[in-house]
Ligand binder design. Sequence first.
Ligand code: IPM
Ligand code: MG
Length: 363
Amino acid sequence: MQKNIAVIRGDGIGPEIVEQALKVLNKVADAYSHTFHYDDVDMGGCAIDKWGDPLPEEMLKRCLASDSVLMGSVGGPKWDGVPGHMRPEKGLLRLRAGMGVYSNNRPAKIWPQLAGASPLNPSIVEKGIDFIIVRELIGGVYFGKHETEDKDGQLVATDTMSYSEAEIERIGRIGFETAQKRGKKLCSVEKSNVLDCSRLWKKVMHRLADEYPDVELSDMLVDNCAMQIVKNPAQFDVIVTENMFGDILSDEASMITGSIGMIPSSSLGATTCGLYEPIHGSAPDIAGMDVANPIGTILSAAMMLRFSFDMAREADAIEAAVSAVLDAGYRTSDIMPADPAQAAKYQKVGCSRMGELIIQNLA
Ligand code: IPM
Ligand code: MG
């Protein structure tokens, strides 16, 4: 098969982690006789520097013309001073909206080899951590009105959140369908004791539930959910939630699996052209040092093969290679145990070495 992949290296550690994912994709292309064409697209802080815009129209067009987009990370302190509508992150939000990728899938799964890296009590980890957060990605407060006004000599900031029934219904369906393919348990997370958006959310989820009788639907308030994720993560199969709650809960969920550096994500809308990115940020403090963990990006590339290109065998092979490298005891610094006696059992490697090891283990 031939596929065109738009590649956004972005800022901070973005270029180094994306480089490793491309090495892995090239190896897959060789091994399975595919051709991947890459189109380098500027987005984020680097695009602000080069073009004066975090996502020039032309770059968005190139993403829309691709079969899928693979992205590293954007942002950094260098652009902290730029106005809100021109921030690197705004480029990412415009890309998500422009591609119409409303459904963001963020797995929280503990690799057995990394059980010791979880900050949770082993008695909790033993019960298993394997759930998915389905996050609504192009609505809510992220895309509401944002303004700061001077009212009688005092600055007043306003951000508005709004959701339509249609927006809730389409992400709700993804939640139910995801649960149908897994453990058939869907937890809808909201703040219906305070927010109108959440009361509508809950109503729509319950209306949909009639169409998915094989899925057991439950509701949970977001503050309680934050607590339950650390107290008893084994209770979750699929969580469906709105944009900002999903942003926050997915960082929390990643931490209990050991490291945010391990977690990939897929974002899809009405077509198979998806956006694939690790859920972590650009980590400017370690950028260019060859110490970042490329696994989240490599697994995002695997998700791209699985969900957008229908290449399940190839995706399985990448995941198996990651597992083999972890089995062999290689760790980037973020997944090294903190305890020196434990750490002595593992071999610390940098970003590019981790990429090479994964390639060597690709069957
Ligand atoms: C994420 C990130 C983004 C978000 C930022 C970079 C805009 O935190 O993908 O989780 O908030 O969605
Ligand atoms: Mg986030």
